[in-house]
Structures are given as structure tokens and as C-alpha cells.
Design a protein around this ligand. Structure first.
Ligand code: FE
Length: 220
């Protein structure tokens, strides 16, 4: 993400057309950049932050990956007792693995099974457990995803390549700034006997949002 230091012209976000496509690699985010730049300039004028501090934080966020989340998922697959603790208290369970989650009250972990499939959205902005899944993908921030996944989740999941059986119940979880949500995806078939590190390598970022599923090892 690039933050331009010049004064922006702010404007309201355009409403997406019905069935607006969800761009997996960005495009309707210009308004967010304008808003962010406006906020940053206000904070700079007030002396709250400096431009270099903003850049430093931006670089820190951009360096984050979904590896910690994959490690948590792999441990839950390998250790049913850990999974139980993770589902009851996500933050405490992550702390067991040395992953300290700060900045919000609750980490809600929802388990996907052969009967229920969860998919996460933040309908008001783009909250996610960044310490676990890394910086938000652009599609997660876009209005098309935020509005359409609530109204027509199966269609949206199909666009991501997930064609769920009609017997599977789809639950859309609306996350908030104080209650972030992580999807615990199903352990793929063919992954028996793998080490936790090998299991973690199967966990995709998007599977922890619920728009993808981990696949078993090739030949598994
Ligand atoms: Fe949000």
C-alpha cells in the first residue's frame, strides 16, 4: 500500500452494482486510499503521528503473512484438546503457541465441518485477525464482497471456486473491530500422518476466511 503525502479530495464510496464482480486483485479501493490519506494528514497536523511512523507501520503490516494462522490450524488438526481450547478461547489458545493477539477483545474461531461452512466478512469495514492471517486481501476490503457475501454467499463462494454441497449449511460471520474471526477449515483427506509443519503448509490464507478449502498433499 502506498500512502501519498498530498492533501486528498475525499468522496463517498460508490455503491456496487447488483452482482458486481469481486475482483480478487483489487480495483474499487481508490476511495479507501483517499480516506486513509485524509485521516493521516489530520493526525499529522495534530502532531499525533509522523509520516515516517505511518510508513514504518505500513511496512510492518505488509511483512505479515498467514503463517501464524496456518500454525494454529495445523495444531488444532493434530491435537483435539488444543482445538477444544481454541474454539472456547481463541486468544488464550494462540498464546499457547507464542502468538500474542492484542488490540481487540475476542478472537472467535469457527469450525468448518462436513455439515457447516463458515465464511467471514466485516460488513462495516475490513476487520480481521491480522496477526494470524496477515494483511487483508483487497477483495476482503471491497464493497462487492462485503455486500454480496451476506446476500448471496453460495454464489460468492462459487466465484472463489468453492461449490459446496447443497446439504452443507453456509453461515456468514460478521466480524467487528473488537471480535475478530478465524475460520478453522476442515482437515483435508490424504493428510494423515503428516507433521504439523507439513499440515501448516496445506493451509491457505483464504481458507481461514472461508472462501477456500485446504487441499490434501499431491498424491495423497
Ligand atoms: Fe472492520
Amino acid at each position: 500500500m502506498t500512502i501519498a503525502p498530498q492533501e486528498p479530495e475525499t468522496r463517498a464510496a460508490p455503491a456496487p452494482a447488483a452482482h458486481a464482480p469481486i475482483h480478487r486483485e483489487d480495483h474499487d479501493l481508490a476511495y479507501l486510499k483517499h480516506q486513509l490519506t485524509a485521516l493521516m494528514n489530520v493526525l499529522r497536523r495534530k502532531g499525533t503521528i509522523t509520516y515516517s511512523e505511518v510508513l514504518q507501520e505500513t511496512q510492518r503490516l505488509e511483512g505479515m503473512t498467514h503463517d501464524p494462522g496456518a500454525r494454529v490450524v495445523a495444531r488444532a488438526w493434530a491435537d483435539p484438546e488444543f482445538k477444544g481450547r481454541l474454539l472456547r478461547d481463541g486468544k488464550a489458545a494462540c498464546a499457547e503457541l507464542g502468538i500474542e493477539i492484542a488490540g481487540y477483545d475476542e478472537l472467535q474461531v469457527v469450525e468448518n465441518t462436513d455439515r457447516v461452512h463458515h465464511v467471514v466478512v466485516c460488513t462495516s469495514c475490513s476487520c480481521n485477525p491480522v496477526q494470524l492471517v496477515g494483511l487483508n486481501p483487497d477483495w476482503y476490503k471491497g464493497q462487492a464482497y462485503r455486500q454480496r457475501v451476506v446476500a448471496e454467499p453460495r454464489t460468492v463462494l462459487q466465484e472463489f471456486g468453492l461449490d459446496l454441497d447443497e446439504n452443507v449449511e453456509v453461515r456468514v460471520v460478521d466480524t467487528t473491530s473488537q471480535r475478530r474471526c478465524l475460520v478453522l477449515p476442515r482437515r483435508p483427506e490424504g493428510s494423515e500422518g503428516l507433521s504439523e509443519a507439513q499440515l501448516a503448509a496445506l493451509v491457505t490464507r483464504d481458507s481461514m476466511y472461508g472462501v477456500d478449502v485446504p487441499r490434501g498433499p499431491v498424491g495423497g
